[in-house]
Write a protein that binds this ligand. Sequence first.
Ligand code: CA2
Length: 156
Amino acid sequence: MAKKSKQSKTLPIYILNGPNLNLLGTREPEVYGYTTLAQVEQMCAKQAASHGLAISFRQSNHEGEIVEQIQEARTGGCAVIINPAGYGHTSIAILDSIQMLKVPVIEVHLSNIHRREPYRNHSYVSKAATGIVMGLGAQGYLRAIDAVAEILKVKK
Ligand code: CA2
């Protein structure tokens, strides 16, 4: 009978995307770029693999669903990278769920929210994030993955 392997697999990085990001690359390219969310996912999978990590990439337009995804990451993920999109500016529920996490959390915004309209200048998620990457477009997700890899390496 084949022996059961005791190999421990690193949990995936949860990469969570908030409302309207499913439309990425199709409108307002001058603000958000031409890269689609499907392309961002592919780029992230490749970048994570280069660090020996895997990803679980999600998008939701529903606040409660994002809260559930964050809760799932408490036991299912090694880190969370989140672009909360519009909910970053409004959602204490998402902040609360992030505050319950023990894993590193990197907040990502494609645009620099401090250069934009005043109502985008504040993010509740920032209060609980380990780090923040903004204004680098889709590349920001890759830099967030690099940061997670570095943080996890130091923690080991
Ligand atoms: O810069 C970012 O990544 C944002 O999180 C994007 C959000 C916005 O509400 C935040 O203030 C900053 C908007 C995501 C909407 O994405 C669109 C994609 C294509 C076309 C229009 C919007």
